[in-house]
Structures are given as C-alpha cells and as structure tokens.
Design a protein around this ligand. Structure first.
Ligand code: RAT
Ligand code: ZN
Length: 435
C-alpha cells in the first residue's frame, strides 16, 4: 500500500493509461491500482470519534471481537457465563493466551489481529500484548482515525446508526459532531424485526404508535423516519433479516416495510439495504457470537424489486447457497445492487467464489465488499485481505479478455476498480465525489 494513496487515485495520474498491457503486466497493474485506489467501506459498525465510548479501537477491542469470542469457546474450557464476568482486559488476556499462544492464529479472524499488529510494526509473538497495549494507549483517536483509514486504503466509511439504541440515540439528539470520513445509515432492525419490544421507544420519543402498528402508527413511523433522516443525514436505510423473511407478508414486518419504510425511502430518495439470512441467537449464551445462518427464499427480494421499481435496494445474503440467485436477480432488476461478502462469507475461499461469479454475471455493476468492521483497526486487515484475494481474480478476467481479442489498458482497469469500489456506492448513495 502506498503512503500517498489518497492523493494518487485519479486515473489521469497513472502514466501510460491507454497502452495495451501484455499478459505478464496485467497482474501487477491490477495489484497497483487496487492498492492506490481509495475505497468506500459501505457497511461497518464503526463510529466517528465524537460517539465517544461507542467508537471501539485498540488491542483489547480487537481481541474481544465476537468473531474471536466464538473461536475462544471452541479452544478453551471457559464457560460463557464465566467469560462474561471478566473485565475487558481479562477477556482479552484469555483470548490472547488461548488463540494466539496455545494455538496458532490461522483462522481468518485471528490472522487479522496479527496483520494489524504487523501493520503498526508491533511484535506478533507471545509477548505481543503488553507492547500493543502500550502503543495503543499512546494514540490519540482524532489523529489515529485518519491514519488507520489511510493504512486501510479507505477514503470513508459508512456507519450503522440505530435511532432506538438507548446508548446511541441521545448522542444524536444532543447533536453528535459529524466527521467528513464517516457517513450515517439509518438502521431499522428494531422497528422492522422487533416492533413489539420497541414501539414504546418510539412512543417515548413522541410518536403516536401502538403495539399493533395500527391507527396513526404507519404515518407516525414515517414521520419518525423523516425526522431521523434529517438528523442523521443517512446515505441509506438498512435492516438485517432472518432466513425466513417473506414479502409480501401480513406480518408486522411486512406491513411496516410496505407502508412505512418503502414509501419513506422513496420520498427521501434513499436506497434500502437488506441483509438477509441471519438466524439470530441460536446460542444466546455466547451473545453477539451466537447468531447463525440459514438459506433464505429470495423470491421475497424478487417481489420487492419488481413491485417497487422506483425504490433502490442494496442486498447482501448470508448463505453461500443464496449467492448465485442474488446474481441472477440482479440481472433482472437494475434497482438491485448486490454488495459485500457478509460475515460468514468473508473468508478468502468464499470471497473468491462469490466474486468470480459476480464478475462473470454482472461485470462491474456490483459492490464487491464491505468490511463489517466493529473495531477501527480491523479495516486494515479486512481491506488488505480483500485486495489480496481480488487481485488474481480481476487479473484473470482481464487476461481472458485480452486473450479473446480486446487489448486491456491501465485506464480500463482503473475505471472498473473505481466503479466497483467507489462510484457504484457514490451514485447509489448520493455521495459526492471523493466521499
Ligand atoms: O458481522 C457482524 O458483526 C454481525 O454481528 C452483524 O453485525 C451484521 O453484520 C449486521 O450488520 O447485522
Ligand atoms: Zn454488520
């Protein structure tokens, strides 16, 4: 990764843009362009520094990422009940000892921590933790954030913002400072998936809603969404949905989606992101790590795309078995933008398979990846992995193209990589250039 990455991104700054590349030059050109193009990370759980304690960063947070907690319980006898009584640093100590000292960190999530330490030139061996703690203590978040984004090759990240989260909502209501590299997303899970448990939170904020979403509830939800859109200035609305998601449906979810969310998205000119296929809390003992995956019926998505042609949908599916259908649907509906290799899909072997399939079926008309980072520094390893996995795949497609008779130039490669990792997002999310 070049250090002046954010400066050297425009196609015009690359010399010999229009000269056809010989086959052996293609791979290095793809790798260089991937490395020098700043990406937009379209789905994270990161927060701008002004969100204070919600903004997670540093070694203890990296070690206690829920992807690693799931792995801890496979390699240690500690019970979840005992683990949750420990302090954050005790939890981090335990994960470090179990997954990094007593075992080799060969899983994707453990390797990620090693890659982050290495990126900061910190030791990665058995004594890494103490030195890493000292290093992160010395960082100032305001300057650490742009440095980390630069190291990850990102110009900006998109947050996940829940207006019904009791920890987050007050920060917005008190006017949390915006940050030019962080964009908001209005997350709807509590409204769409667990209305019965959350309608009262809307009522507390002054909206006349009831448990059955009857009477004025629908128009009040729309008023709520409009008010929060004004406050957050989101770039899209989003919801994660179970494998059992159906549309149309007489359920509260179906009603709220059809009559409140879709009309609001349309009126506010915001895409709706649907992340489909999660089976929540199959093991509640391990909390955030306790969700699983199920194959969804994508006819629901097909119905949405067809019946709401002037709404735009971003979609990511959690089951490997649903990936091909998603590509087929995207060929049918140009108001559908497949994005990312979500959560359990974000492993090199599966990213490779999904991305090959998407390029073959959709060209550059999709968004290949998002990080889903919860801890700031994770963007460093997650985006390095994406670049590393995608370079040979893209190069292979250009090699085939050139073999089939169409010379390939750096300009072609730059245009496609910019579209995949920036301009598809910019145009779908009304982000200004250089977001
Ligand atoms: O990948 C994750 O961290 C998951 O826990 C989920 O947050 C998921 O990405 C989501 O946005 O619901
Ligand atoms: Zn997520």
């Amino acid at each position: 990764m070049t250090t002046d990455l954010l400066k050297s991104s425009s196609p015009s700054s690359i010399s010999a843009d229009g000269v056809p590349l010989a086959a052996p030059q293609i791979f290095s050109a793809v790798r260089e362009i991937l490395s020098s193009t700043p990406f937009i990370d379209i789905h994270t759980h990161l927060f701008a520094p002004s969100f204070a304690d919600l903004s997670l960063w540093g070694i203890d947070e990296l070690l206690t990422y829920h992807y690693l907690e799931a792995e801890l319980f496979r390699s240690s006898d500690v019970t979840p009940e005992h683990y949750w009584t420990l302090s954050k640093s005790q939890q981090a100590d335990l994960i470090c000892r179990t997954l990094f000292v007593e075992n080799s960190p060969i899983s994707e999530a453990t390797r990620g921590v090693i890659a982050v330490l290495h990126a900061f030139q910190l030791p990665t061996g058995d004594s890494a933790l103490a030195e890493a703690r000292t290093f992160f203590k010395q960082q100032n978040l305001e300057s650490h954030v742009p440095r980390v984004l630069q190291m990850a090759g990102l110009s900006s990240v998109i947050m996940t913002n829940d207006p019904l989260d009791p920890a987050e909502a007050p920060l917005w209501l008190n006017g949390a400072a915006s940050h030019h590299q962080f964009h908001a997303v209005l997350r709807l899970d509590r409204i769409l998936n667990t209305w019965q448990q959350h309608w009262q939170a809307l009522a507390t904020q002054g909206y006349a809603v009831d448990a059955h979403a009857s009477g004025k509830s629908i128009s009040e939800v729309r008023r709520f969404l409009a008010d929060w859109a004004k406050r957050m200035r989101p770039v899209y609305m989003a919801c994660s949905l179970p494998d059992t998601f159906e549309f149309p449906s007489d359920s509260l979810n179906g009603l709220l989606l059809r009559d409140a969310v879709l009309p609001s998205c349309h009126e506010l000119k915001l895409p709706l992101s649907l992340m489909i296929g999660v089976r929540k809390q199959v093991n509640p003992r391990i909390r955030l790590a306790g969700d699983a995956v199920g194959r969804a019926n994508l006819i629901a998505l097909e119905n949405l795309c067809r019946d709401f042609p002037s709404n735009r949908f971003l979609a990511s599916v959690l089951s490997r078995e649903n990936q091909h259908e998603l590509c087929v649907l995207a060929r049918k509906f140009n108001n559908l933008m497949p994005f990312g290799c979500w959560w359990f899909m974000n492993n090199p072997s599966i990213v490779e398979e999904i991305t090959r399939e998407r390029i073959e079926m959709l060209g550059a008309s999709f968004i290949p990846q998002h990080s889903d980072a919860r801890v700031l520094e994770q963007v460093i390893y997650k985006w390095a992995n994406t670049r590393r996995t995608l370079a040979p795949i893209l190069a292979e497609n250009y090699r085939l193209l050139s073999e089939d008779g169409r010379p390939v130039t750096r300009g072609d490669i730059q245009r496609d990589i910019t579209r995949l990792f920036r301009s598809n997002a910019e145009s779908w999310m009304n982000l200004g250039p250089r977001a």
